[in-house]
Each structure stands twice: as C-alpha cells, then as structure tokens.
Unconditional design. Structure first.
Length: 274
C-alpha cells in the first residue's frame, strides 16, 4: 500500500508505456514547501511516521524475488521528496521506479542516476548498489523533513556539491537542537558514509522508526496525517479542487539539477542521469 501501483504494461506504435494508479493528494515536496512558506516545522513524530511508511514500501521492493526464489536486489535509486506522495487519506506512497536497478540490469560505473542532493556516496562513486543506498537517500529526506534543510550545501556551486555527495557530507548543524537523541541516532545510522554502518535492511529501519513513535503505546496514524493535511491544504478536500501541474523538485528549482550532463569527478568522468 505504500507503493504507487502499476495497473497495466503495454506497447502502442512501438512505444512502451505503463498505467499507474491516480494518487489524490500532494507530493512530499509540496508538503514541505508549504511548511517553509509558513515557517512552520513538521512535527517530529509525523515526519518519522511518513518516513516509516516509505521504509515499509522500500522493504517490500527490496525483498522481491524472481520465480525461482532468487532475490532481485531491487534498488530504487531516486528516493526524494518529489517521488513520495501523500494521499488525502494520509497514506504515504513511493513512486517512480523508472530508474530502479536490479541484479538483472548491467552496472554502468560511468553513469550516476538520481538527484545529486539525494544520492548516496556509493551511488556517486559508481559502486555496486544495494538496499542500503536507498536507506541513505531516505535519511536525507528525513533530515529535510525535520530541519527544512538538505544534508548538503546547495548554494556554493556545482563542484562543492559533487564533492559533498562523493564524501557523504552531512551538515549536522542544520538539524534542530531539540531533536531527541534517539531520533538523531537513527538518522546518524541512516546517513553513515560506510554502508556497513547503516541499518542492515529497510525492514529493520522501519521497525526502529516505528518503535520510536509507538514505544509509549500511541502515535500518529494515517488519520492523524490526513487531519493535519486537511488543516494545511483544505483545497485538496474540495470536490472541485483545482489540480496544479506537477512542480519541479526543490533541487531542480534552485539548481537545474544537472540532469543528463557529463561532469568530471575525481579521476572519473560521470554522467548525471535522472
């Protein structure tokens, strides 16, 4: 339920297509944009709830096997605010597996897929990827929800951003000081530079996030999130609500996102591809 469903695959006039479910709601990017405009923070537990649901969606994808029972080793590669949707019923959903990789897809060390502010260090360095790369990117999204800032500085030029992505730089000073030590510990584990220091699986990550918000016996649900969205986005709940066209991602909006451009990184020339 936390992944946007594909209803049909087809081909028309030599063009392949797939039909996705329509999600009545808003992107996490627009969700955060409203908070930034209002200078309002997302409640910590609500932010963790959203990320925990996406972690469950990723855990489902990461655990898929082929007809012989062999792991497909699917990696989304593009976990970001624009690819996370929230329905009017308060259900977070992950979408756009368009650049996802599986072990059946050949690895190209010279092509980096994903959005530069969100990629993991191993993704940037052209290494073989596994589910822990998605955990890192999801950590950046959680950091963004909690702080309103990315883990990297997006305002000091392209070369610095590349270097930060390669090294896995995290500007911890951008995180609010009142974040609980337990939540910061989870975030630090998600954003560890060495994949071996991250959560072993997205399932274990989801469990840790859920324990954090429900350990006292109660916590946010889809109803909580739906009611919160109704307060911030009342137009979404009107029968004749005007549907805006999808907006560019925050990083694209500010920096053009360097999509489909060849750049020099360390001793490699890589292509940043969406």
């Amino acid at each position: 339920e936390n992944i946007v469903q594909i209803y049909q695959l087809g081909k028309l006039d030599n063009t392949c297509y797939f039909v996705l479910e329509y999600v009545n709601g808003i992107s996490l990017y627009d969700f955060m944009k409203m908070h930034l405009v209002l200078k309002r923070r997302v409640p910590d537990k609500l932010a963790v709830f959203i990320i925990s649901r996406i972690a469950r969606g990723l855990a489902y994808a990461h655990s898929r096997k082929d007809s012989r029972g062999h792991p497909l080793n699917i990696v989304h590669c593009d976990v970001c605010p624009n690819n996370i949707l929230i329905t009017t019923e308060g259900l977070p959903k992950l979408t756009d597996f368009g650049i996802a990789r599986a072990k059946t897809i050949s690895h190209d060390a010279d092509t980096v897929v994903g959005k530069l502010p969100m990629v993991s260090p191993e993704q940037m360095n052209g290494e073989e990827l596994n589910s822990k790369s998605d955990i890192y990117s999801l950590g950046i999204v959680l950091f963004f929800l909690l702080s309103g800032n990315f883990t990297r500085n997006l305002d000091q030029g392209h070369d610095l951003l590349l270097a930060q992505a390669e090294k896995g730089t995290v500007l911890w000073e951008n995180l609010p000081e009142d974040i609980s030590p337990e939540l910061k510990e989870i975030l630090e584990k998600m954003l560890a530079v060495d994949p071996e220091d991250r959560f072993e699986t997205t399932n274990k990550l989801a469990t840790a996030l859920e324990y954090h918000i429900y350990k006292d016996g109660y916590g946010p649900t889809i109803v909580t999130l739906s009611e919160y969205m109704r307060e911030l986005f009342p137009y979404l709940y009107k029968p004749d609500a005007h549907r805006r066209k999808p907006e560019r991602s925050l990083a694209e909006e500010k920096h053009g996102m360097l999509i489909d451009k060849t750049v020099k990184l360390s001793d490699r020339t890589v292509k940043i591809a969406r």
